[in-house]
Design a protein around this ligand. Structure first.
Ligand code: ADP
Ligand code: ZN
Length: 520
C-alpha cells in the first residue's frame, strides 16, 4: 500500500482548492475520497456530471505513487488528461493508437515516477504490467465500471480481464465508478472485481426539476401539437423508436410551422453533426431523433423531452429525460406508451442472446408506465435509492388515484416473498398467496408454508396489480438475472416489522372490499 500523507479533511480541502480551484465538495465526493485514502475498496455510483473524476484524482495527489485509471474510450481519456495537465497535474494516457515514440516517452516518465495518473484502455493494460510492477501504484480506478458486467447496458469483453487486477496489485485499493448501474449490476461489478466488501456510495439520481408525465399513446401526434402549443421557441427533443417515425414526425411538425429536424444513424456524419450544432446553438429548437441522439451533448436549456414511444428499459428512459433541465430550471418529460410499443420492443429483443433479460426489463418499464403511485419514487427506487416521500412533481402526484390502506395486503405479499426465500417470481408468489393447487406449487411443497392461501379472497388480476404497485413503491424489487425473482427491499422490512403503512390504489373497486384478514 502507498504511504499516506496527512489525510485530514482540511488537507483534502486544501488540495481541492489548490489543484482544482473548488471551494466545496459535491455530494459524496468527500466521503468517497476519505474512504479511498483509508486504503479501502470503493464503489461510487454517481450521475453523469456528478464529479466522479475528482474521486480518484484527488486521492492520488494526497498519496505517494501513481494511480492507474482504466477508461474505455480514447476520447474520454484525452479530455481528462488535458484537463489534469491544465491544472498542473502530471498525467498521461497510454493506448495502442499512439505512435511508438510517444508510447516510449510515456513509459520512461512512468518508470521515473513522473506521473501521478496514467490512463489506460483495458486492452492495453496487460502490456504495461511489467513497467507498472517497477513503481508504486497507490490506487486503481475503473471508470465506466458497468462495462465489466454483461448485465449492464454497455458490456465490453476486455473489461472482464479486470478481474485479475486485485491479485495483480495486491493491497492496492480499487475504486470502481459508474453512472449507470441498477442494483444487480452494482453487485456484479464488485463481485467480478473481487471487491464484494467495497464500501458503496450511491449519489442521488434525483432531478427534482424534471416534471415526470406519462400518458397513453392514443392520438399522440395531436397530443404533441397541443403540448407544443404553449412552448414557444423552447428547445426540446422527441425520441422515437424508428428512423421512419423521426422523419414522419419531423415533417408533420414542419407542416404545422414548427422548426424541427430529424436525427438518426441513417444520416451521413456531416448532416448529423450539423443538426447537433444547430440544436446546441439554438438555431433549431426541436429535434426528432432516435436514441442515437444526445450522447455527449451538453446543452443546458432543453426544456422538454418527449418519448413518442415507450423506451425499452428504465435506464434508457432515465438517461434520455436527463438531457432536459441541466441548468436546474424546469423541464417537462412526457412519455407516451401503448401496447403497440411493447409489441414492437418485444420483437427487437426476440432472438438476441439476452432476450429473457431484456424482456424482464421491458416489463418493468411497462409497469413504471402504468404506475399508480409517485413516478419519481418508482424511478429512484429502481436505482436502489429508497425515498419515502411523494415528489409532488409528477402526473400521479398531481392527479392521484383513490388510495386505500393496503398495509395488510402488503404484509401478506412481503411475508410470502420472505417465506419463499426470495426465490420465486411474481406469478408463483401470487399463486401461493391465492392458495393455488397447481403442479409447480404442490411439487415444491408450498402448500405448507404459512402464507399459503392468505390472500385467496383477492382475484389473481388484482393481486398482480397490487404486487406491481408494491414494486413501483419500492417495497419489492425484481432480480432480473434469474427468472425475475421478487426480492424484499428495506421498505419491506419496515412494513413487516416496524409498523410502516402502505397505500394502494383501487384498480377494480369491488374486489378490494372482500379483503378479510387470514393468518399471516
Ligand atoms: P462525471 O465523470 O461524474 O460525469 P466529471 O468528473 O466530469 O463528472 O465532473 C463534471 C464537472 O463537475 C467537471 O467540470 C468538474 O470539473 C466539475 N466538478 C467536479 N467536482 C466539483 C466540485 N467539487 N465543485 C465544482 N465543480 C466540480
Ligand atoms: Zn410524484
Amino acid at each position: 500500500m502507498a504511504l499516506q500523507k496527512e489525510t485530514t479533511p482540511t488537507h483534502i480541502h486544501t488540495l481541492l482548492k489548490q489543484h482544482f480551484g473548488y471551494d466545496t465538495f459535491r455530494p459524496n465526493q468527500q466521503a468517497i475520497i476519505e474512504n479511498v485514502l483509508k486504503g479501502k475498496d470503493t464503489l461510487a455510483i454517481m450521475p453523469t456530471g456528478g464529479g466522479k473524476s475528482l474521486c480518484f484524482q484527488l486521492p492520488s495527489l494526497a498519496m505517494e505513487g501513481t494511480t492507474i485509471v482504466i477508461s474505455p474510450l480514447i476520447a474520454l481519456m484525452k479530455d481528462q488528461v488535458d484537463a489534469l495537465k491544465s491544472n498542473g497535474i502530471a498525467a498521461a494516457y497510454f493506448n495502442s493508437s499512439q505512435p511508438q515514440e510517444e508510447q516510449s516517452l510515456i513509459l520512461e516518465q512512468l518508470i521515473a515516477n513522473q506521473l501521478k495518473l496514467i490512463y489506460v484502455a483495458p486492452e492495453s493494460l496487460w502490456g504495461l504490467t511489467n513497467h507498472l510492477s517497477k513503481i508504486q501504484i497507490n490506487l486503481v480506478a475503473i471508470d465506466e465500471a458497468h462495462c465489466i458486467s454483461s448485465w449492464g447496458h454497455d458490456f465490453r469483453p476486455a473489461y472482464t480481464q479486470l478481474s485479475r487486477l486485485k491479485a495483480e496489485f495486491l493491497g492496492t485499493p480499487i475504486i470502481a465508478l459508474t453512472a449507470t448501474a441498477d442494483k444487480a449490476t452494482q453487485d456484479d461489478i464488485t463481485k467480478q472485481l473481487g471487491i464484494s466488501h467495497a464500501t458503496r456510495y450511491i449519489s442521488s439520481f434525483d432531478r427534482p426539476n424534471i416534471y415526470l408525465d406519462v400518458r397513453p399513446g392514443q392520438q399522440r401526434i395531436q397530443q404533441i401539437f397541443k403540448f407544443l402549443g404553449s412552448r414557444g421557441k423552447q428547445s426540446g427533443i422527441i425520441y422515437c423508436l424508428s428512423r421512419k417515425s423521426t422523419d414522419m414526425l419531423a415533417s408533420k411538425l414542419k407542416e404545422k410551422g414548427y422548426d424541427a429536424k430529424a436525427y438518426h444513424a441513417g444520416l451521413d456524419a456531416e448532416e448529423r453533426s450539423k443538426v447537433q450544432e444547430d440544436f446546441i446553438n439554438d438555431r433549431v429548437p426541436i429535434i426528432v431523433a432516435t436514441i442515437a441522439f444526445g450522447m455527449g451533448i451538453d446543452k443546458s436549456n432543453v426544456r422538454w423531452v418527449i418519448h413518442y414511444n415507450m423506451p425499452k428499459n428504465i435506464e434508457g428512459y432515465y438517461q434520455e429525460i436527463g438531457r432536459g433541465g441541466r441548468d436546474g430550471l424546469k423541464s417537462h418529460a412526457l412519455m407516451f406508451y401503448s401496447f403497440a410499443d411493447v409489441v414492437m420492443l418485444r420483437k427487437f429483443a426476440a432472438g438476441t442472446p439476452t432476450e429473457e433479460f431484456q424482456l424482464a426489463k421491458l416489463e418493468r418499464m411497462q409497469q413504471f408506465a402504468e404506475a399508480l403511485s409517485c413516478r419519481r419514487k418508482a424511478l429512484l427506487n429502481y436505482f436502489g435509492e429508497y425515498i419515502t416521500e411523494d415528489c409532488g412533481n409528477c402526473d400521479i402526484c398531481k392527479r392521484p388515484p383513490k388510495y386505500f390502506d393496503g398495509t395488510l395486503i402488503a404484509q401478506k405479499v412481503c411475508s410470502a416473498v420472505a417465506r419463499l426465500k426470495e426465490q420465486e417470481a411474481l406469478g408463483t408468489v401470487i399463486d401461493v398467496l391465492r392458495g393455488a393447487q397447481n403442479q409447480q406449487v404442490l411439487e415444491k411443497g408450498y402448500q405448507n408454508i404459512k402464507t399459503y392461501g392468505a390472500a385467496k379472497d383477492i382475484s389473481w388480476k388484482d393481486l398482480q396489480q397490487y404486487v406491481i404497485q408494491l414494486l413501483n413503491q419500492g417495497v419489492l424489487e425484481i432480480w432480473f438475472h434469474e427468472k425475475g425473482r421478487l426480492l424484499l427491499t428495506p421498505f419491506a422490512k419496515q412494513i413487516l416489522f416496524e409498523g410502516k403503512t402502505v397505500r394502494l390504489a383501487n384498480v377494480i373497486q369491488e374486489t378490494v372490499e372482500a379483503e378479510k384478514p387470514k393468518r399471516l
